[in-house]
Design a binder for this molecule. Structure first.
Ligand SMILES: NC(=O)c1ccc[n+]([C@@H]2O[C@H](COP(=O)([O-])OP(=O)(O)OC[C@H]3O[C@@H](n4cnc5c(N)ncnc54)[C@H](O)[C@@H]3O)[C@@H](O)[C@H]2O)c1
Length: 505
């Protein structure tokens, strides 16, 4: 690794995080900030962090001393001459960043690599003012830097290949996973991350269920670490809403990224999340105070026989076995008997549409989501005319073995189905546009967003044919362009290939 000495410009939250991990890896770091005392304050804070790490036994006394010995404040920006790499982490403003890089070019040698930690500006646009544009790249870390182990290495239009190679080696030297990406809006993580929140907002906006239930289904059923709405509260809508609008507009109003008016309203009403005590939930001392409890399981005196129809035979088998294990009777006739509960398991459609497609009585129909693990959480969707007694029976049956059950209103697909299909589809589109390799997309999203799988691998785990079915039906039932399946997904599903398959061309 050729980088021995680096400069860090802008010693705020991100700058000091980057300085910390570089110094811990033995790189000499020169710190510069335009604001008087900012670097001293940043270094003092970092010293406290390192003291805490030492007290917890995470670093030794020697490592503590060595790390601090690698950090040097410079009062004058000219003093960074001679470094191998400059990382900029100043205010997010194109003109100010361009002016800084022009100045830096007059200070450092021609071989010095220049990198920006911008999260939303174009690296190509920042580099455009330079004489030697090939030496400039993006190096996008995530907050908090020492814990978020991924860094996007962004190639602008002019970035030279050896600069990317050097930065990937630097990333790995400082203990991070470097992922290579093209200079496109949101790069990988902030681009792929659009699916989760926007689809959840759309579901909430359609009145499918409550905030608490959406979060619960996606946490307990689909396996996300946090629900999308509680995540909005944590991040703050003052941060998330502008990012949603910016990515949508940078892609010229592409429907896949369409934000929702609800968050604009909440932002206007200053209900931005946890830090102000109210967002999607209310908070006291950072703790939620109004999360809705689980829906109460009804008491059912007598059960009808259960007639089952599923899109996939293996789903019908799971349901039949479950019903029998509960000591209930399966109605195995071709058509449901007049009193039977009609249990459907379908993908990418509402229950009214499913009942009509199978030619059965919608007033006794309840649909169940079998996309995610049946042994985690169960979501049931009656039709708009399903009788309450049948809803109660289905609820009680699926709660009998202690699992959480959510009853949702009709939706053009179950909540987990809609959100997961959007997550996988968007990642496939990122691969299709060759913004990054499938491996890098998976690594970046897993590390950057904490999903249980990378979004492309997740598609394989769930089965690309099911993801495609959900999207095709949603697209045809709604006419909304946001659901059109990615060609990447369509081709691989048609050929029965892994979504990780990349062509050689
Ligand atoms: N905070 C995040 O979560 C996050 C994540 C990824 C990327 N980023 C990006 O990192 C950059 C820094 O963000 P931050 O959150 O650390 O900001 P910050 O406000 O904590 O720190 C910015 C620092 O830059 C200094 N500064 C401003 N203009 C300067 C100039 N012309 N020359 C030298 N120093 C200057 C400020 O005095 C301040 O100390 C931004 O581009 C931001 O978009 C932030």
């Amino acid at each position: 690794m050729a980088i021995q000495i680096m400069a860090l410009i802008g010693t705020g939250v991100m700058g000091m995080g980057i300085a910390q991990i570089a110094a811990q890896a033995g790189i000499d770091v020169r710190l510069f900030d335009a604001r008087a005392d900012a670097a001293e304050q940043g270094l003092a804070k970092l010293k406290l962090t390192l003291e805490k790490l030492q007290a917890k036994g995470k670093i030794s006394q020697q490592q503590f001393t060595d790390t601090l010995a690698h950090l040097h404040i410079v009062e004058n920006i000219e003093a960074i001459a001679g470094v191998d790499l400059v990382v900029e982490a100043i205010i997010e403003n194109l003109e100010i960043k361009q002016n800084l890089f022009k100045q830096l070019e007059s200070i450092v040698s021609d071989s010095t690599i220049l990198a920006t930690n911008t999260s939303s500006l174009s690296v190509t646009a920042i580099a455009s003012v330079l004489e030697h544009q090939g030496r400039m790249a993006g190096l996008h870390f995530f907050n908090p830097v020492p814990l978020m182990k991924v860094v996007e290495v962004i190639a602008g239009f002019a970035t030279k290949e050896d600069v990317i190679t050097e930065l990937l080696a630097f990333a790995s030297h400082i203990g991070h996973c470097g992922v290579r990406t093209k200079d496109t809006p949101g790069f990988i993580v902030n681009h792929a991350g659009r699916a989760y929140g926007t689809e959840a907002l759309k579901i909430l906006g359609e009145g499918v269920t409550t905030v608490s239930e959406i979060d619960r289904i996606l946490r307990e059923g689909a396996g996300f670490r946090m629900g999308p709405l509680e995540l909005f509260d944590l991040t703050g809508l003052d941060v998330s809403h502008p990012v949603m609008e910016s990515i949508f507009n940078q892609f010229y109003q592409e429907d896949r990224y369409r934000p929702h008016p609800l968050t604009r309203q909440m932002l206007a009403g200053k209900k931005v999340g946890r830090k102000v005590g109210e967002g999607f939930y209310k908070y006291v001392d950072g703790a939620k105070t109004n999360e809705a409890p689980r829906q109460t399981v009804p008491q059912v005196a007598a059960y009808s026989s259960v007639w089952i129809k599923a899109d996939r035979e293996q789903d019908a088998v799971i349901l039949r076995q479950f019903i029998q294990m509960q000591g209930l009777v399966c109605d195995n006739a071709e058509q449901p008997a007049s009193e039977s509960l009609i249990l459907l398991a379908t993908y990418g459609e509402d229950t009214t549409t499913a009942a009509l497609r199978f030619g059965v009585d919608a007033t006794r129909a309840v649909n169940i989501d079998l996309l995610t693990d049946f042994d985690k959480h169960r979501t049931l969707m009656p039709s708009i005319v399903t009788q309450q007694s049948y809803i109660d029976q289905a609820h009680a049956i699926f709660a009998r073995d202690g699992h959480g059950v959510s009853i949702i209103a009709e939706s053009v697909g179950f909540i987990a189905q809609r959100v997961l299909a959007m997550v996988v589809n968007l990642a496939c589109d990122i691969a299709q546009q060759k913004i990054a390799t499938v491996t890098d997309i998976d690594k970046a999203v897993k590390l950057g967003l904490g999903y249980p799988y990378g979004p492309i691998s997740w598609g394989d785990v769930l089965g690309s044919e099911r993801i495609l079915l959900i999207l095709e039906r949603m697209y045809s039932n709604t006419g909304d362009q946001r659901y059109r399946p990615s060609p990447w997904l369509k081709r691989r599903s048609a050929l029965n290939l892994s979504l990780l398959h990349s062509s050689t061309i």
